[in-house]
Write a protein that binds this ligand. Structure first.
Ligand code: MD3
Ligand code: FE
Length: 211
């Protein structure tokens, strides 16, 4: 099922927002898929390179590659860092989403799943561990509303903030692909989608260039 009827709003150059791309039923269906993914590939707590300080966000992945971080660095790898098993396949709902909003790009290889407890946040950073930046990053927000911040390609560039709500899809491509971004806070209790509250964010990514 695709959602070609959803309006696309360009919020900044290269940032396309599809508010409510997924309705409540579709969000529940995605969460059911993610529950199965997390049974096969449990959420792990990544740590910062060098310092080994834990992230406040927990993560898992699906697809042929997954993003991981530990004291040795950030990287994509084909297996789970704790179980050693391959990541579960990407569900067809997510490849359909990519087809709908990023049809010109090579197919996605990784879907990073971030889980935020109500107090978790993610500092301002760039996503540049991929071998190609030709494809956009496609993000899906589920659960509590988050305050998202995005700037430019230099850390000192001015930033803008907006809220990401459950069911929203954002596409970050072109001039926004290497923009600094982060999550400043969650609005706890703003959604009833997740039994224990908090927020899930999916990011679909192309990692390798065309063979
Ligand atoms: C802009 N995730 O996983 S999603 C991440 O809500 C990450 O969990 C946040 O930043 C989250 O790396 C933000 C929006 C997002 C994701 C990737 C981007 C914006 C982006 C990559 C490039 C530019
Ligand atoms: Fe990011």
């Amino acid at each position: 099922m695709t959602h070609a009827g959803t309006q696309a709003i360009t919020v900044l150059p290269g940032v396309i927002h599809y508010p409510g791309y997924y309705d409540a039923d579709a969000c529940r269906a995605l969460v059911d898929q993610l529950r199965k993914i997390a049974e096969a590939a449990p959420f792990f707590t990544p740590t910062m390179p060098k310092t080994d300080k834990p992230f406040s966000v927990r993560m898992t992945n699906c697809g042929s590659l997954g993003w991981v971080s530990d004291r040795t660095g950030y990287r994509y790898q084909p297996d789970h860092p704790v179980t050693g098993r391959p990541w579960p396949p990407m569900p067809s709902e997510l490849t359909a989403l990519w087809q709908d909003v990023a049809a010109d790009a090579l197919p996605p290889e990784a879907c990073l799943v971030n889980y935020y407890e109500p107090t978790a946040r993610m500092g301002l950073h760039q996503d540049r561990d991929e071998q190609t930046f030709d494809a956009p990053v496609v993000s899906v927000s589920l659960g509590d509303t988050a305050l998202f911040r995005i700037g430019g390609t230099e850390r000192r560039d001015p930033t803008r903030s907006f809220r990401l709500q459950s069911g929203d899809v954002l596409v970050f491509g072109g001039p926004a692909r290497l923009a600094f971004h982060g999550i400043d806070r969650l609005y706890a209790g703003s959604s009833t989608l997740l039994d224990k509250g908090g927020r899930l964010n999916l990011t679909l990514r192309r990692v390798t260039p065309k063979p």
